[in-house]
Design a protein around this ligand. Sequence first.
Ligand code: LLP
Length: 392
Amino acid sequence: MFNKATIAAFGQRETPFFYYDLTLLQATLDRALAAAENYGFHVHYALKANFNERILQCIQKAGLGADCVSGNEVLKAVQTGFDVKKIVFAGVGKSDKEILIGLEHDIFCFNVESVQELEVIGKLAKEHGKVAKIALRINPNVDAQTHQYITTGLDENKFGIKTWELADCLEIIKKYDSLEFIGLHFHVGSQIVDLNVFKSLCVKVNEFNNWFDERGYRLKVLNVGGGLGVNYVDPDKEPIVDFAGYFEIFNQFLERKGNQEVHFELGRALVSQCGSLVSRVLYVKRGLKKHFLVLDAGMTELMRPALYQAYHKIEHLSTNAVKDAEGIKVTYDVVGPICESTDCFGKEVELPEVNRGDLIAIRTAGAYGEVMASRYNLRNEIRYVYDDEITP
Ligand code: LLP
């Protein structure tokens, strides 16, 4: 929730902008790390969720590793100061150039997504006199019970290696001295709120861990990916993410052999809460059946509602609205200015009466917000405001 001083400080700033509360981010990181450290778990941050400079600096300082999905993300992680020994590199389509970036920086691990990719990494590493540490990303056929567009661990998804291809992978691993097989990698989807999904994942990981162990491969790393969901409906609920409950599931259900390490790749759970998209109302269009609030932010700044029909809480920030919060509400469809009918942040949203010029916040926008922005309609570049710029 925004306090009055923050809202006043937004004042006449040019909108739309992403507001990042770095103090809240730090508190979230502290909570996540404390919960993980209880069990000696390793946490990497999935850069794809948000690679804003200041956010990355906070996360790097907190000591997390980096989970990257492109050569540019690997370079960004290195430039930000993430320890190369904590950089992992996933992605179904790594180009030769991107693989070489990983090799050149001696990253901790390539999460390999196909038999074909394994062969290419082996070959490139050999040619460059390197040894590539690799984990096989196995598609475990676990249903993440989340939106179909962000489910990744089913047989029909493009991600990871199918179980019947594992023997072929072992052949390639034997063939190349330039490959060091260190672990297994899984990631079944995103915005997972039913923790039972992670129990099912543990069961699968145990099966594969046994399978490799029986064949003489005692792997150092079990990487279970990310996917932990957040509470979009009530972004002020504490905690918005149950880190303790999440890590406890893995502690209870994952069978570690010897001193196997357990690694995580969290994105959304770490950064979503600290971000909001702040926008000004351009027009209040009154209709017979419904009223529209036309904002100066659109799907170009936050694409999730248009792309996945995702829910983000919408709040009226103007000082009067805070005062009138318990008063009369009006129902609006909250839309953006982009020439697409899907450019809609919420239908039938109840808000205290809104006027032209009022500020609106779209909450929980720190993850998969600005990183997915586009310049469609030749929109302005993204602007930012950080809490430490406005707190007295
Ligand atoms: N590891 C891998 C291999 C991934 O593919 C992802 C996310 C993560 C970790 C981090 O997942 P998280 O903890 O953030 O759920 N744009 C979509 C989400 C796409 C997620 C892609 N992969 C959205 O806005 O909901």
